[in-house]
Design a protein around this ligand. Sequence first.
Ligand code: FE
Length: 293
Amino acid sequence: MNASTHLEANETVLHSREVDQLIVGHPTSDGAGVKLTRILTQTLHQRLDPFLMLDAFGSDSPNDYIAGFPDHPHRGFETVTYLIAGKMRHRDSAGHEGLLQSGGVQWMTAGRGVIHSEMPEQEHGVLEGFQLWLNLPAHDKMTNPWYKDIQSQEIPEFVTAEGVTVRVIAGTSHGIGGAVQKPVTEPLYLDLHLPPGSHFAQLIPSGHNAFIYTYRGTIKVEGKSIPAQHLAILSNSEAADGISLETQVASRALLIAGHPLNEPIVQQGPFVMNTPEEITRAISDFRSGRFAI
Ligand code: FE
């Protein structure tokens, strides 16, 4: 799954952020009955602005995922789907179709409206991955829909001297530019694979909101443990120039950060806008078929 290996630039963090709060996801189901864990929910919209949702799914039992996510709409934000294992086929109302495979990412900007389906393309085996929702600034909420399928080998990746593999999905790490660069929210999205006894540092602008989600092992930040299946909200201390983390056991974690929008957030299901009137408009546009591009 390795992409090209790059020579990293030094990245030294002088003062690390700390863990502000640990969050445990709750089991739920979505789509036509896909079992998943919803980790980032509406109660964290302000605190983790511009991020709106993080779901984790993972099962080797087809009954947990096979029904998939049949046709459904989105408006006003972006969905970022990262598949660790398995295959998902995407089709949308603009006629796009793509197959997301192990290690790959689909970045979709719903903008003014997309109707799409996300269906597992396997009848057995493990399906595992994450879906992150990233808000759009008010002036981009009605932009044209856009999406990109990024195969695993297209995701820039490097290995530190301590053996930490860093997959740079978005933003920049140690001088390595990620597969996606976005203005305004400037998202950083790293998948870290850490061997036992390793440490990793990443610069993060102090005004950006940031969190870590450990999905294997246990990560430690400033002495505080972040066990598997826990999300740690990182402090926003002005003195902190980044995050320094370590682990004693083999671990894997997502490190995600972004520039907050500081705009009103009104969500109803798959529509995320700035005002209740815009939500009403989204529902009526969807019902009257104006999402079909
Ligand atoms: Fe969707």
